[in-house]
Design a protein around this ligand. Structure first.
Ligand code: PLP
Length: 408
């Protein structure tokens, strides 16, 4: 086992792009006796979370809550709406889009995968073209990852919606918001999404263990005809029980306490402020990365992620990237901070800084200080001043907010 300091003082900096740091208020909410999940007290909790979670998805339609990780909600979205052999159109934004495609194949679906270079988001024009060539409407669903956690690239979902509309194609639109919900603006209703997939362990600031399907009326209609086998994931039984605040099986009671608290925290801050905070921290992080003379993996500024930044390690004289994981190991051992590893084809030459969830300017300053000191300690060539560039930006944002408040 990895030996850290005999007693690491202070809190661990969990700066992977999820699971994220859980606020004390949420930890305290979870730390309660488990109650009868068929009793009246639970009913109040169930009705509250089922009502309030809709605000987070920006929907008035049902949101189904599973005791499962995000992968379960991926599967639930597909098995509730599709039939064996159905074609689905997916876009290769990175590691997670690739995993969702593999899951679809295992379920007996036929995914068409539009290739991508893992540095850009879903190409709405390419999706439109594919749909226009599908006159027989064999494609039953278009599945896109909103924020690709492996690359730090956010796709433009309204543009994908417009692609379906322009092609006059009836396919369902399914979106994975596992690393964007409650961090980056996302609108299930206004953007015409049929199934939104999400998880508890990122913007919602909860431990892993809950996941979600927000569903449209069209998705519910499709679920009546869908023939893929399903039992645990089946929306109909869950929705019937949810009408009274219950679940057909034993729900994750204590995580639901935490969810109720997390939603309260998010709504106290206000969703627009939550999104603006994530935008600010992402911009400060990119300024730090550029200040170090390093490269952000995302190639299109319009698609920069506000919940994480993937950073490319510099190359040595022989053209080989410095080892991202050796660098992360130094940061963990010396500064008690976890950074995200590079996934699949990004392994070894990319690392990720998570700046989402329960996070403020000083947590970001500490995170970036840990990265800058880690680069020096690991002998990775870089320029000094990245942290300073980020601090200057954060200070300017704070000053501008103070000026605005005075003027108001
Ligand atoms: N989709 C995205 C975008 C993710 O970031 C993740 C996990 O990080 C998943 C899907 C899979 O979710 P889980 O690991 O909770 O099953």
């Amino acid at each position: 086992m990895l030996k850290l300091n005999s007693h690491p003082t202070g809190r661990h900096f969990l700066q992977i792009p999820g699971p994220t740091n859980v606020p004390d208020r949420v930890l305290r909410a979870i730390d309660h006796p488990t109650i009868d999940h068929r009793g009246p007290e639970f009913q109040q909790l169930g009705l509250k979370v089922l009502r309030d979670i809709r605000v987070i998805f920006q929907t008035t339609q049902p949101v189904i809550i599973y005791g499962a990780s995000g992968t379960g909600a991926w599967e639930a979205a597909l098995v509730n709406t599709l039939s064996p052999g159905d074609r689905v159109l997916m876009f290769e934004t990175g590691h997670f889009a690739t995993l969702w495609k593999k899951l679809a194949e295992r379920l007996g679906l036929k995914p068409a995968f539009i290739g991508g270079d893992w540095r850009r988001g879903a190409d709405a024009a390419a999706i439109r073209e594919r749909l226009q060539h599908d006159g027989a409407h064999e494609i039953k669903a278009v599945c896109v990852v909103h924020n690709e956690t492996s690359t730090g690239v956010t796709s433009n979902i309204p543009a994908v919606r417009a692609a379906l509309d322009d092609a006059r194609h009836p396919a369902l639109l399914m979106v994975d918001t596992i690393s964007s919900l409650a961090s980056i603006d996302y609108r299930h209703d206004a953007w015409g999404v049929d199934v939104t997939v999400a998880g508890s362990q990122k913007g919602l600031m909860l431990p892993p263990g809950l996941s979600f399907n927000a569903v449209s009326a069209r998705a519910l209609e499709a679920s009546k005809r869908a023939r893929l086998p399903r039992s645990y994931w089946s929306w109909d039984e869950i929705l019937a029980a949810n009408a009274n605040g219950y679940w057909p099986y034993t729900p994750a009671t204590n995580l639901l306490y935490g969810l109720a608290e997390a939603i309260d925290i998010l709504l106290e801050e206000g969703l627009p402020n939550v999104f603006a905070r994530h935008d600010r921290h992402a911009e400060a992080t990119r300024r730090a990365v550029r200040g170090w003379g390093l490269e952000v993996l995302c190639a299109n500024p319009a698609e920069y992620s506000s919940s994480l930044t993937a950073v490319v390690m510099p190359k040595d004289a022989g053209g080989k990237h410095y080892d991202a994981d050796a660098f992360r190991k130094v940061v963990l051992e010396k500064f008690n901070m976890s950074l995200g590893t590079g996934l699949s084809k990004l392994a070894g030459w990319v690392f990720r800084i998570g700046h989402l969830g329960d996070f403020n300017d000083l947590s970001l300053a500490g995170t970036l200080a840990g990265v800058e000191m880690g680069l020096a300690a690991a002998g990775v060539p870089h320029r000094k001043g990245g942290v300073q560039a980020a601090l200057d930006y954060l200070a300017e944002c704070a000053a501008s907010a103070v000026r605005k408040r005075k003027a108001a």
